[in-house]
Design a protein around this ligand. Sequence first.
Ligand code: C2O
Ligand code: CU
Length: 567
Amino acid sequence: MIELKKCFKIEFLGFLLLLNMFLLCMARSNIPSIDWVLKETSYTRLCSTKNILTVNGLFPGPALHVHKGDRLTVNVQNQGNYNVTIHWHGVKQPRNPWSDGPVYVTQCPIKPGANFSYEIMFSTEEGTLWWHAHSDWSPATVHGPIIIHPKIGTNYPFPKPYAEFPIVLSSWYKGDVMENIQTALANGGEPNKSDALTINGQPGDLYNCSKPETSNIMVDHGKTYLLRVINSIMNEEMFLMIAQHNFTVVGMDGAYIKPIKTSYVMITPGQTMDVLLTANQSPSHYYIAGRAFGETVYDNTTTTAIIKYSGNYTVPSTPSFPNLPNYSDVDAVTSFTQRIRALASKEHPIDVPKSVHKRLVITISMNTIPCANNSCDGPNGSRLASSLNNVSFSEPKMDILQAYYRKIRGIFTTDFPSEPNVFNFTADETPENALIPERATKVRVLEYNWNVEIVFQGTNVLNAAENHPMHLHGYSFYVVGMGFGNFDKNTHPKGYNLVDPPELNTMGIPTKGWAAIRFKADNPGVWFMHCHLERHASWGMDTVLIVKNGTTQATSIRSAPHHLNPC
Ligand code: C2O
Ligand code: CU
């Protein structure tokens, strides 16, 4: 009798297990899945032909279309010559750092010939985001839009546009982009700058051999279009403008904002914008043009596309050209950035932490590291570097997520400083001892559900103050304050905007200034945080935030997928 009971129990448990597996399979198979192939593809730009790494042969890469809250599996097969990973920029991936993508942070690379399946979990995001490779400089050619439509049955918080089109800004290098960064890192100097900036893959009329291929955007008079603007450029923050037309910016980084009517936008690498354009000028051709902002501009070329009205009219010999802000126009950047406010409506509420458990103050610096016999290509024979709180991030041998999850020691340490060494950060002269950073793999651990504030403080170390687009994975954050000079913890927080601060995933920190962000640490995982100027990220302007698990399974990191790529 006892035996029988036991047996039945086991049978019953077995049945439950089977049922569970069946239900799980059903749930899995309901997640749409697509296949991507990474491969070398031949492209001709600026009079020369070369192979670039692409997804499915496309530059820019294919757009992902989803609805808010969807899930999607992307099976990536690497048929290229380099190690690659893919990141879903701005997608929070609740509890799922396994599919976040930054190489040696959440995964080891997908080697040539290998595969990896990413499970992309959308939650609160709505609007435009993007995806890009997240290893070495492969993001130069491996990137594309993520378009998150409102849930079925819900609407945009603005009149439905007549049509929409992407404006993907990218960089074009005549040489091999991977070699470019490898050589720069080996010699300690600057990498070569890009040879062109592009709109939807084309440099436009102002570059050699590019005119016949310039991107065209067709519009009908009187109609309103939704432009999904993505800055995938490697090293330049961009001004973008259309001749004789205004923009209305309605969304940023996958969240809605209060409409901003403006003649130009400033968009940093990493940022995305939803912009309305009404074709309300006399039917003709107009240039849309983009060029860099920066104290020391890197690639100072201008990319264009042409807005062409439908109908019959005399086509001008050259389209009219917009009056773009100057490269060094800090005021144009500040006045645009300060206008950005969350929509904060009943349908699209925000939830800003009103108090904080933990404030981190993080300095952002350019540095140098001494080189034997002063034989490197940086200033005075040194090696260029960059840092956060004077720690220059060094890529570990194995991904930090796996080391953390499996408690493997020796991969990283948890002593990333929560305060910098104090000096006059933004002075014309900065102290000698701020010049040389420590090279290490340091992370900061945060308790689950802490309200966290991070103050990013720009510095003038190496006399190289500039605007740094700081990006956080796994979260979006509220930008509650910003200013010039040094942050003062006693006075500046009194001026914070806790009513309608913009919710972003990338924020340009004012040159010789600071910005304060807040978020609730409710997404357990291992999350990369870095400057989105690729050369700065390559030099070590990165760190990692580890958010601990909560007390339940539903507030903990999901279990590891069966297939992880070996390092
Ligand atoms: Cu858009 Cu860490 O990246
Ligand atoms: Cu930077």
